[in-house]
Ligand binder design. Sequence first.
Ligand code: CP
Length: 306
Amino acid sequence: MNWKRKDLIAIYDLDAEEIKYILDTAEEFKKVSGRRIKKVPALRGKTVVNLFIEPSTRTRTSFELAEQRLSADIINISASASSISKGETLLDTAKNIEALQVDLIVMRHWAVGSHYFLAKRLKCGVINAGDGAHEHPTQALLDMFTIREKKGRIKGLNVTIIGDILHSRVARSNIWGLIKLGAKVTIGGPATFIPREFESIGVRVCDNLKDALEGADVINLLRIQHERQRAAFFPSIGEYASIFGLNDETMKYVKPDAMIMHPGPINRGVELDSKIADGRQSVILEQVTNGLAVRMAVLYLVSGAA
Ligand code: CP
Protein backbone atom coordinates (compact mmCIF):
# COMPACT_ATOMS: atom_id res chain seq x y z
CA MET A 1 0.00 0.00 0.00
CA ASN A 2 1.11 3.52 -0.76
CA TRP A 3 0.25 5.49 2.44
CA LYS A 4 -1.09 8.94 1.53
CA ARG A 5 -2.42 10.52 4.73
CA LYS A 6 -0.42 13.30 6.41
CA ASP A 7 -2.69 13.08 9.50
CA LEU A 8 -4.25 10.35 11.64
CA ILE A 9 -7.31 11.77 13.33
CA ALA A 10 -10.04 9.13 13.48
CA ILE A 11 -10.52 5.42 12.80
CA TYR A 12 -13.81 6.51 11.20
CA ASP A 13 -11.76 7.99 8.33
CA LEU A 14 -9.77 4.81 7.60
CA ASP A 15 -10.81 1.88 5.47
CA ALA A 16 -10.15 -1.75 6.47
CA GLU A 17 -7.05 -1.95 4.23
CA GLU A 18 -5.48 1.09 5.87
CA ILE A 19 -6.14 -0.32 9.35
CA LYS A 20 -4.61 -3.68 8.39
CA TYR A 21 -1.61 -1.90 6.86
CA ILE A 22 -0.93 -0.05 10.13
CA LEU A 23 -1.24 -3.32 12.10
CA ASP A 24 1.10 -5.14 9.67
CA THR A 25 3.63 -2.29 9.90
CA ALA A 26 3.38 -2.41 13.71
CA GLU A 27 4.24 -6.12 13.64
CA GLU A 28 7.56 -5.23 12.02
CA PHE A 29 8.22 -2.44 14.54
CA LYS A 30 7.45 -4.75 17.47
CA LYS A 31 10.58 -6.70 16.54
CA VAL A 32 12.72 -3.56 17.10
CA SER A 33 11.87 -3.50 20.82
CA GLY A 34 13.15 -7.08 21.16
CA ARG A 35 16.60 -6.19 19.83
CA ARG A 36 19.70 -5.36 21.89
CA ILE A 37 19.74 -1.87 20.32
CA LYS A 38 16.09 -0.78 20.34
CA LYS A 39 16.43 1.99 17.79
CA VAL A 40 16.06 2.52 14.04
CA PRO A 41 16.89 5.64 11.98
CA ALA A 42 13.47 5.90 10.26
CA LEU A 43 12.64 9.40 11.56
CA ARG A 44 16.19 10.74 11.79
CA GLY A 45 16.10 14.46 10.93
CA LYS A 46 12.34 14.75 11.63
CA THR A 47 10.99 16.79 14.55
CA VAL A 48 7.89 15.79 16.52
CA VAL A 49 6.06 17.97 19.05
CA ASN A 50 3.91 16.23 21.67
CA LEU A 51 1.25 18.78 22.65
CA PHE A 52 -0.77 17.41 25.59
CA ILE A 53 -3.57 19.71 26.73
CA GLU A 54 -5.12 16.92 28.85
CA PRO A 55 -3.38 14.55 31.30
CA SER A 56 -1.95 11.25 30.06
CA THR A 57 0.40 8.55 31.33
CA ARG A 58 0.30 5.73 28.77
CA THR A 59 -0.28 7.60 25.50
CA ARG A 60 2.24 10.35 26.10
CA THR A 61 4.98 8.02 27.35
CA SER A 62 4.31 5.59 24.54
CA PHE A 63 4.43 8.26 21.81
CA GLU A 64 7.60 9.77 23.28
CA LEU A 65 9.34 6.41 23.46
CA ALA A 66 8.14 5.50 19.95
CA GLU A 67 9.62 8.76 18.62
CA GLN A 68 12.92 8.08 20.40
CA ARG A 69 13.07 4.55 19.00
CA LEU A 70 12.56 6.00 15.52
CA SER A 71 15.40 8.53 16.14
CA ALA A 72 13.18 11.64 15.85
CA ASP A 73 13.94 14.93 17.62
CA ILE A 74 11.24 15.56 20.24
CA ILE A 75 9.72 18.51 22.08
CA ASN A 76 7.08 18.00 24.81
CA ILE A 77 4.56 20.74 25.59
CA SER A 78 1.84 20.59 28.24
CA ALA A 79 -1.01 23.08 28.68
CA SER A 80 0.22 24.51 31.99
CA ALA A 81 3.73 25.10 30.62
CA SER A 82 2.60 26.67 27.34
CA SER A 83 1.32 30.09 26.32
CA ILE A 84 -2.16 28.56 25.99
CA SER A 85 -2.34 29.20 29.75
CA LYS A 86 -1.82 32.94 28.95
CA GLY A 87 -4.73 33.05 26.52
CA GLU A 88 -3.00 32.18 23.23
CA THR A 89 -5.28 30.34 20.82
CA LEU A 90 -4.62 26.73 19.89
CA LEU A 91 -4.12 27.79 16.26
CA ASP A 92 -1.55 30.44 17.18
CA THR A 93 0.31 27.91 19.35
CA ALA A 94 0.27 25.36 16.54
CA LYS A 95 1.32 27.92 13.87
CA ASN A 96 4.26 28.96 16.06
CA ILE A 97 5.28 25.33 16.47
CA GLU A 98 5.02 24.81 12.72
CA ALA A 99 7.13 27.93 12.06
CA LEU A 100 9.99 26.03 13.69
CA GLN A 101 9.87 23.52 10.81
CA VAL A 102 8.28 20.81 12.88
CA ASP A 103 7.17 17.74 10.88
CA LEU A 104 4.49 16.28 13.15
CA ILE A 105 2.28 17.39 16.03
CA VAL A 106 0.92 14.65 18.31
CA MET A 107 -1.91 16.24 20.27
CA ARG A 108 -4.31 15.34 23.05
CA HIS A 109 -7.05 17.92 23.52
CA TRP A 110 -10.40 18.01 25.33
CA ALA A 111 -12.10 19.72 22.36
CA VAL A 112 -13.77 17.34 19.91
CA GLY A 113 -12.68 18.19 16.37
CA SER A 114 -9.62 20.24 17.38
CA HIS A 115 -7.39 17.91 15.31
CA TYR A 116 -9.47 18.33 12.14
CA PHE A 117 -9.36 22.10 12.73
CA LEU A 118 -5.55 22.14 12.93
CA ALA A 119 -4.93 19.56 10.20
CA LYS A 120 -6.78 21.73 7.66
CA ARG A 121 -4.69 24.76 8.55
CA LEU A 122 -1.21 23.23 8.96
CA LYS A 123 1.21 21.73 6.46
CA CYS A 124 2.77 19.47 9.10
CA GLY A 125 1.10 16.19 10.07
CA VAL A 126 -1.33 15.95 12.99
CA ILE A 127 -1.84 12.77 15.03
CA ASN A 128 -4.76 12.47 17.42
CA ALA A 129 -3.74 11.24 20.88
CA GLY A 130 -7.35 11.64 22.08
CA ASP A 131 -9.94 14.38 21.53
CA GLY A 132 -12.66 14.69 24.17
CA ALA A 133 -15.26 11.96 23.83
CA HIS A 134 -14.68 11.65 20.07
CA GLU A 135 -11.78 9.34 19.11
CA HIS A 136 -8.52 7.84 20.38
CA PRO A 137 -7.31 6.13 17.20
CA THR A 138 -3.96 4.79 18.41
CA GLN A 139 -5.65 3.17 21.44
CA ALA A 140 -8.07 1.34 19.13
CA LEU A 141 -5.20 0.32 16.84
CA LEU A 142 -3.23 -1.14 19.75
CA ASP A 143 -6.37 -2.90 20.98
CA MET A 144 -6.98 -4.40 17.53
CA PHE A 145 -3.29 -5.34 17.25
CA THR A 146 -3.50 -7.16 20.61
CA ILE A 147 -6.70 -9.00 19.64
CA ARG A 148 -5.23 -10.07 16.29
CA GLU A 149 -1.95 -11.14 17.93
CA LYS A 150 -3.62 -13.18 20.69
CA LYS A 151 -6.61 -14.60 18.79
CA GLY A 152 -5.06 -14.82 15.31
CA ARG A 153 -7.90 -12.87 13.67
CA ILE A 154 -10.51 -10.17 14.24
CA LYS A 155 -13.15 -11.09 11.67
CA GLY A 156 -16.03 -13.03 13.24
CA LEU A 157 -14.91 -12.55 16.87
CA ASN A 158 -17.45 -11.47 19.50
CA VAL A 159 -16.07 -8.34 21.14
CA THR A 160 -17.93 -6.82 24.11
CA ILE A 161 -17.20 -3.30 25.36
CA ILE A 162 -18.61 -2.51 28.81
CA GLY A 163 -18.88 0.78 30.65
CA ASP A 164 -19.22 4.46 29.97
CA ILE A 165 -19.55 4.21 26.17
CA LEU A 166 -21.20 7.62 25.92
CA HIS A 167 -18.13 9.54 27.10
CA SER A 168 -15.51 7.15 25.73
CA ARG A 169 -13.28 8.02 22.76
CA VAL A 170 -11.70 4.58 23.19
CA ALA A 171 -15.09 2.91 22.68
CA ARG A 172 -15.89 5.02 19.62
CA SER A 173 -12.56 4.29 17.90
CA ASN A 174 -12.78 0.59 18.79
CA ILE A 175 -16.33 0.26 17.52
CA TRP A 176 -15.49 1.78 14.12
CA GLY A 177 -12.30 -0.25 13.74
CA LEU A 178 -13.73 -3.58 14.88
CA ILE A 179 -16.81 -3.26 12.66
CA LYS A 180 -14.61 -2.36 9.66
CA LEU A 181 -12.50 -5.48 10.31
CA GLY A 182 -15.55 -7.74 10.59
CA ALA A 183 -15.90 -8.33 14.36
CA LYS A 184 -19.32 -8.67 16.02
CA VAL A 185 -19.46 -5.87 18.57
CA THR A 186 -21.65 -5.69 21.69
CA ILE A 187 -21.77 -2.64 23.96
CA GLY A 188 -23.02 -2.95 27.53
CA GLY A 189 -23.62 -0.76 30.55
CA PRO A 190 -26.33 1.32 32.21
CA ALA A 191 -28.82 2.55 29.59
CA THR A 192 -27.78 6.15 30.32
CA PHE A 193 -24.24 5.32 29.13
CA ILE A 194 -25.27 3.63 25.88
CA PRO A 195 -25.70 5.76 22.77
CA ARG A 196 -28.27 3.97 20.58
CA GLU A 197 -26.83 5.36 17.33
CA PHE A 198 -24.41 2.41 17.04
CA GLU A 199 -27.29 -0.03 16.54
CA SER A 200 -27.67 1.34 13.01
CA ILE A 201 -24.16 0.08 12.10
CA GLY A 202 -24.83 -3.40 13.50
CA VAL A 203 -23.63 -3.06 17.10
CA ARG A 204 -25.62 -5.15 19.63
CA VAL A 205 -26.71 -3.12 22.66
CA CYS A 206 -27.15 -4.74 26.13
CA ASP A 207 -28.09 -3.16 29.43
CA ASN A 208 -27.61 -6.50 31.21
CA LEU A 209 -24.07 -7.62 32.10
CA LYS A 210 -24.78 -11.37 31.84
CA ASP A 211 -26.09 -11.05 28.26
CA ALA A 212 -23.18 -8.80 27.28
CA LEU A 213 -20.54 -11.22 28.65
CA GLU A 214 -21.90 -14.57 27.48
CA GLY A 215 -20.22 -15.75 24.28
CA ALA A 216 -17.69 -12.90 24.22
CA ASP A 217 -14.21 -13.76 22.90
CA VAL A 218 -12.88 -10.38 23.97
CA ILE A 219 -14.11 -8.14 26.81
CA ASN A 220 -12.93 -4.54 26.88
CA LEU A 221 -13.79 -2.71 30.11
CA LEU A 222 -13.92 1.05 30.41
CA ARG A 223 -13.63 3.37 33.36
CA ILE A 224 -16.39 5.85 34.27
CA GLN A 225 -15.17 9.11 32.77
CA HIS A 226 -16.23 11.55 35.46
CA GLU A 227 -14.21 14.38 33.88
CA ARG A 228 -16.50 14.42 30.81
CA GLN A 229 -19.87 13.96 32.55
CA ARG A 230 -22.21 16.91 32.78
CA ALA A 231 -24.99 15.08 34.67
CA ALA A 232 -25.55 12.19 37.07
CA PHE A 233 -25.76 9.06 34.92
CA PHE A 234 -26.04 6.48 37.74
CA PRO A 235 -26.79 6.60 41.48
CA SER A 236 -23.35 5.69 42.92
CA ILE A 237 -19.99 4.07 42.11
CA GLY A 238 -20.87 1.22 44.49
CA GLU A 239 -24.09 0.51 42.63
CA TYR A 240 -22.33 0.61 39.26
CA ALA A 241 -19.66 -1.83 40.53
CA SER A 242 -22.27 -4.22 41.92
CA ILE A 243 -24.27 -4.32 38.65
CA PHE A 244 -21.65 -3.85 35.90
CA GLY A 245 -18.29 -4.63 37.58
CA LEU A 246 -16.28 -7.70 36.58
CA ASN A 247 -15.58 -9.70 39.75
CA ASP A 248 -15.53 -13.31 41.02
CA GLU A 249 -19.31 -13.44 40.82
CA THR A 250 -19.74 -12.04 37.29
CA MET A 251 -16.70 -13.92 35.92
CA LYS A 252 -18.93 -17.02 35.82
CA TYR A 253 -20.52 -15.59 32.65
CA VAL A 254 -17.10 -15.17 30.97
CA LYS A 255 -15.69 -17.89 28.68
CA PRO A 256 -12.44 -19.42 30.06
CA ASP A 257 -10.58 -18.38 26.91
CA ALA A 258 -12.03 -14.85 26.74
CA MET A 259 -9.44 -12.09 26.74
CA ILE A 260 -9.90 -9.23 29.20
CA MET A 261 -8.75 -5.79 28.08
CA HIS A 262 -8.73 -2.29 29.56
CA PRO A 263 -7.24 0.86 28.01
CA GLY A 264 -6.26 2.24 31.44
CA PRO A 265 -6.29 4.05 33.74
CA ILE A 266 -8.12 1.33 35.73
CA ASN A 267 -10.38 2.12 38.66
CA ARG A 268 -9.74 -1.13 40.55
CA GLY A 269 -12.79 -2.48 42.35
CA VAL A 270 -15.17 -0.49 40.14
CA GLU A 271 -15.19 -1.76 36.52
CA LEU A 272 -13.03 -4.75 37.43
CA ASP A 273 -11.49 -6.34 40.51
CA SER A 274 -7.72 -6.46 41.00
CA LYS A 275 -7.66 -10.25 40.88
CA ILE A 276 -9.08 -10.14 37.34
CA ALA A 277 -7.04 -7.13 36.19
CA ASP A 278 -3.87 -9.02 37.18
CA GLY A 279 -5.21 -12.48 36.36
CA ARG A 280 -4.62 -15.14 33.71
CA GLN A 281 -7.12 -13.77 31.18
CA SER A 282 -5.97 -10.15 31.38
CA VAL A 283 -3.84 -8.70 28.55
CA ILE A 284 -3.80 -5.16 29.93
CA LEU A 285 -0.02 -4.77 30.12
CA GLU A 286 0.44 -6.47 26.74
CA GLN A 287 -1.82 -3.74 25.31
CA VAL A 288 0.62 -1.16 26.68
CA THR A 289 3.59 -3.00 25.15
CA ASN A 290 1.83 -3.20 21.79
CA GLY A 291 0.96 0.50 21.95
CA LEU A 292 4.63 1.30 21.43
CA ALA A 293 4.85 -0.72 18.19
CA VAL A 294 1.56 0.69 16.91
CA ARG A 295 2.63 4.27 17.57
CA MET A 296 5.98 3.65 15.87
CA ALA A 297 4.03 2.43 12.84
CA VAL A 298 1.69 5.43 12.83
CA LEU A 299 4.54 7.93 13.20
CA TYR A 300 6.50 6.20 10.44
CA LEU A 301 3.58 6.15 7.98
CA VAL A 302 2.18 9.61 8.68
CA SER A 303 5.65 11.24 8.57
CA GLY A 304 6.04 10.06 4.98
CA ALA A 305 9.12 8.01 5.90
CA ALA A 306 7.60 4.83 4.42
N1 CP B 1 -5.37 4.73 27.58
C1 CP B 1 -4.98 6.01 27.70
O1 CP B 1 -5.25 6.86 26.84
O2 CP B 1 -4.29 6.28 28.85
P1 CP B 1 -3.66 7.70 29.22
O3 CP B 1 -4.81 8.64 29.50
O4 CP B 1 -2.80 7.46 30.45
O5 CP B 1 -2.85 8.18 28.06
